[in-house]
Design a protein around this ligand. Structure first.
Ligand SMILES: NC(=O)c1ccc[n+]([C@@H]2O[C@H](COP(=O)([O-])OP(=O)(O)OC[C@H]3O[C@@H](n4cnc5c(N)ncnc54)[C@H](O)[C@@H]3O)[C@@H](O)[C@H]2O)c1
Ligand SMILES: [Zn+2]
Ligand SMILES: [Zn+2]
Length: 368
C-alpha cells in the first residue's frame, strides 16, 4: 500500500514527509494504523547524526498508538480493531530475559531491530523498489506501520490514543523507573533529577508507590511547578550545591531513592552522591553522550549506596503498559498535563524545534 511517512534522508537535515510503500504483514507481524505519535529526544538525536548507530534512509518515530488493521499468519495475541501502543522494547515472553522477573530487556529481535530490519532481516518499507529501513522496530512517523506482534501492547479501547501514545516511551520510562526498577517503598524519601517527560513520570511513579517525600530538581521553575502538580513535595533549582542541599534536607544521610532523568553524567554523579548511606539506590534513566563516563568514588558504594540503570523503566511492555494505561484511566495519573502541542505529520520538524527550545513537555502528531 501507499502511505505518507516522515523519512530521514540525510543526517542533520529536516525529515522529508512523502508517499512511500508499505508491504503487508508477514508471519508474526501486524499492520497498525497510527492515530497519534509523540516526538521524543531519541528521534531528534538520530536525525541529527550524532548517534553513531544511526542509519538512513529510515522512517523515524517510536511513541506511537493506533488501531490494528490486519494481522499476519500465526498472530493470535491481537485482532483487527484492537487498540495498541508500540514498543521499541518488545516482550516475547519466551526468551531467558522475558522469563526472568529481573529484567525487561527481551532478547528475541534485538540484532535485526538495531540494524533497521524486521525479525526476518528484511524491511516492509520501500520507495521505487528501494528498501527504506525501520527505526527502533517501530517507524511511527507514518500513517501505518508493520511491526512484530511481540512489540505491541494491547491497551483499553477507552484510553484516548493521543494520551496513550505517551506510554510508548517517556512516560512509562519515568513511571517504571520508580515502580519497577527502583521499586520505591511507601514512606521513603525520593529525589528526581530532571522534570522532563521522564522525570515527571518518575515523580508520579514515586507518588503512586506511596513515597513520603518527593524532591524534584530541575533548572526550570515552570517545569518544577509541573513536578509539584505530579506529586513533588519539594522542588529545587539544580546546581553545584544540589548534593549538599539534599544531604541537609535528609539529616545528613541522603535520600532512600534518587532517580536521574537528565542524560547528563554530572547530574548522574549527583544522584549517586545524594543517595543514602547504607541503602540508597540511585537509578539512572538518562542516555549520556557517546564516550561519556560516570565518575563515582568507590567509597560511596562500599558504604551501601547502589547504582541501577533503567531501560524503558524496567517495564515489561505487553504485560505492564496496559496496566499503566489503566491507572491513567482510573484517574491516578494526569496525562493531559504532558500533552503540550498537537501537530500534523507535515509539522514533524516543528516538533523537533519545540523540543529544542524546551517548549512544552511533549508534542504529539495526530494522523487525520
Ligand atoms: N532509559 C530509557 O529507556 C529512556 C527512555 C526515554 C528517554 N530517556 C532519556 O531520559 C532523559 C530525559 O528525557 P526527557 O524526555 O525527560 O528529557 P528533557 O530534556 O525533556 O528533560 C531533561 C530535564 O533535565 C533538566 N536538567 C538539565 N540540567 C539539569 C541539572 N543540572 N539538574 C537538574 N535538572 C537538569 C532540564 O531542565 C530538563 O527539564 C534523556 O537523556 C533521554 O534520552 C531514556
Ligand atoms: Zn523515546
Ligand atoms: Zn523475550
Amino acid at each position: 500500500m501507499r502511505m505518507r511517512a516522515a523519512v530521514l534522508e540525510e543526517f542533520g537535515q529536516p525529515l522529508v514527509v512523502q508517499e512511500i510503500d508499505l508491504e503487508e504483514p508477514k508471519t508474526g507481524e501486524v499492520l497498525v494504523r497510527l492515530v497519534a505519535c509523540g516526538v521524543c529526544h531519541t528521534d531528534m538525536y538520530t536525525a541529527s547524526g550524532v548517534d553513531p548507530s544511526g542509519y538512513a534512509p529510515a522512517v523515524l518515530g517510536h511513541e506511537g498508538a493506533g488501531v490494528v488493521e490486519a494481522v499476519g499468519e500465526g498472530v493470535d495475541s491481537l485482532r483487527v480493531g484492537d487498540h495498541v501502543v508500540t514498543l521499541f522494547s518488545p516482550q516475547c515472553r519466551e526468551c531467558e530475559h522475558c522469563l526472568s522477573p529481573r529484567t525487561n530487556i527481551c532478547l528475541a529481535i534485538r540484532d535485526q531491530q538495531g540494524k533497521g530490519y524486521l525479525p526476518d532481516g528484511t524491511t516492509r518499507l520501500s520507495r521505487d523498489g528501494e528498501p527504506i529501513r525501520h527505526f527502533m522496530g517501530t517507524s511511527t512517523f507514518a500513517e501505518y506501520t508493520v511491526m512484530p506482534a511481540i512489540a505491541l501492547a494491547k491497551v483499553s479501547p477507552e484510553a484516548p490514543l493521543d494520551r496513550a501514545c505517551l506510554f510508548a516511551c517517556g512516560l512509562s520510562t519515568g513511571l517504571g523507573a520508580a515502580m519497577y526498577t527502583a521499586k520505591v517503598e511507601a514512606g521513603t524519601t525520593c529525589v528526581v533529577f530532571g522534570a522532563g517527560m521522564v522525570g515527571l513520570g518518575a515523580v508520579a511513579g514515586c507518588r503512586l508507590q506511596g513515597a513520603d517525600r518527593i524532591v524534584c530538581v530541575d533548572l526550570s521553575q515552570e517545569r518544577l511547578q509541573m513536578a509539584r502538580h505530579q506529586g513533588a513535595t519539594d522542588v529545587m533549582i539544580g546546581g553545584a550545591d544540589t548534593v549538599e542541599a539534599i544531604l541537609e534536607m535528609t539529616g545528613g544521610f541522603g535520600a532512600d531513592h534518587t532517580i536521574e532523568a537528565t542524560g547528563l553524567v554530572g547530574v548522574m554523579r549527583q544522584a549517586v552522591e545524594s543517595a543514602r548511606m547504607g541503602w540508597g539506590l540511585a537509578t539512572m534513566c538518562g542516555v549520556a553522550g557517546k564516550g561519556e563516563t560516570l565518575d563515582v568514588t568507590p567509597r560511596l558504594l562500599i558504604t551501601g549506596r547502589r547504582v541501577a540503570g533503567s531501560s524503558f523503566g524496567g517495564v515489561k511492555g505487553r504485560d505492564q503498559v496496559p496496566q499503566l494505561v489503566q491507572r491513567y484511566l482510573d484517574g491516578d495519573i494526569d496525562v493531559d498535563a504532558f500533552l503540550s502541542h498537537r501537530l500534523t505529520l507535515d509539522e514533524v520538524n516543528r516538533g523537533f524545534d519545540l523540543m529544542h527550545a524546551q517548549d512544552g513537555i511533549r508534542s504529539v502528531i495526530e494522523f487525520a
